[in-house]
Design a protein around this ligand. Structure first.
Ligand code: FES
Ligand SMILES: [Fe+2]
Length: 327
């Protein structure tokens, strides 16, 4: 049993995926567990998706188990109180007055790139940045998406650090060289550009990988070269121990539909293999606040500096600052 401690909060500030848009149709209700909480996702009859804390303000029933959508509201399965997407109680069918405490905690929701994203901030502050709309999504020159998902015992920051850890691409993923990576940090975004270490049955493929992360919850990766592919990657904390990882892949269509399919399948297999090689490392490693970095490592020190903005509590985010900055 690995005992691990992290000097950072399990739920960093940012946007996190809780479902794909097409997983919840108008009138549908889904129970969720993220950020160590029970939540309910529902799509109202006008088509808007909403997320609320799950337990009814009246007597605590879980709205995700038996709750029914009616118009713009969700009606509790226990005593039929109705709440709108902002968490306000709109009706108590057997009372003359709605009690002031009848209020559910609402989450900020946006739908982009076929993802339902919620905003997480430990102090409840409103969103401080927006997510991009990716042109490939819904473009008929691109394939529809292929999805994969994993539940992994690690934290968001540990997974995100992988992008700037150039040396591991050779030693963990078998890349023939250590691809030169350049990282640019700008507000909540981190852009990493590197050559591919992609191997295919026909040999190595020359090309470029450009990954763009928005905090720790959302990233997209464009692979260019012989074929163009897009990977949208989301990582959502389930609780203090586990995260949900979702990959959705798209390929720019080639002339031949079968070849497009084959290329897509090879790409999904390769990227999934790489992720699965990382899993045993992440699940068993310890986060070191003051690591022994060498000159051949990627910009890990800069990454960690950038990471600090996603933690709210100044006491936990400033641990070991000076040493990390100097690394
Ligand atoms: S517990 Fe929800 S209406 Fe009573
Ligand atoms: Fe990796």
């Amino acid at each position: 049993m690995v005992q691990r401690e992290y000097p950072f909060h399990p739920y960093p500030i940012g946007w996190y995926q809780v479902a794909y848009c097409d997983e919840v149709s108008p009138g549908q209700v889904l129970p969720l567990k993220y950020f160590g909480k029970d939540l309910v996702l529902f799509r109202d009859e006008e088509g808007a998706a909403h997320v609320l804390d799950a337990f009814c303000a009246h007597l605590g029933a879980h709205l995700g188990h038996g709750g029914k959508v009616e118009g713009k509201c969700i009606r509790c399965p226990f005593h039929a109180w109705a709440f709108d997407g902002e968490g306000n109680c709109k009706e108590v069918p057997y009372a003359n007055k709605i009690p002031p405490k009848a209020k559910m905690n609402p989450w900020s929701v946006v739908e982009r790139n076929n993802q339902i994203m919620v905003w997480q901030h430990p102090a409840g502050e409103p969103p401080s940045f927006e997510l991009p709309d990716l042109e490939e999504v819904g473009d008929e020159k691109w394939s529809s998406d292929t999805r994969r998902s994993w539940k992994i015992k690690t934290r968001n920051q540990e997974m995100a650090e992988n992008a700037v850890d150039s040396a591991h691409f050779h030693y963990v993923h078998g890349a023939s060289n250590m691809p030169e990576a350049t990282a640019a940090f700008d507000g909540p975004t981190m852009k990493v550009i590197s050559g591919t270490g992609m191997e295919t049955p026909r040999g190595g493929v020359d090309g470029q990988v450009e990954s763009m992360s928005y905090a720790f919850g959302f990233a997209f990766i464009r692979f260019t070269g012989i074929v163009e592919t897009l990977l949208i990657n989301s990582v959502t904390p389930i609780d203090e121990e586990y995260v949900d990882v979702r990959f959705s892949f798209r390929v720019k269509k080639l002339h031949d539909a079968d070849i497009t399919k084959g290329v897509g399948a090879a790409f999904v297999a390769e990227v999934s293999r790489q992720l699965e090689e990382d899993i045993p490392i992440w699940e068993n490693k310890q986060y070191l606040d003051s690591p022994a970095l060498c000159d051949g490592d990627g910009p890990i020190g800069l990454f960690r500096k950038w990471s600090r903005q996603f933690y709210y509590d100044p006491d936990v985010r400033s641990n070991g600052d000076s040493k990390i900055a100097a690394a």
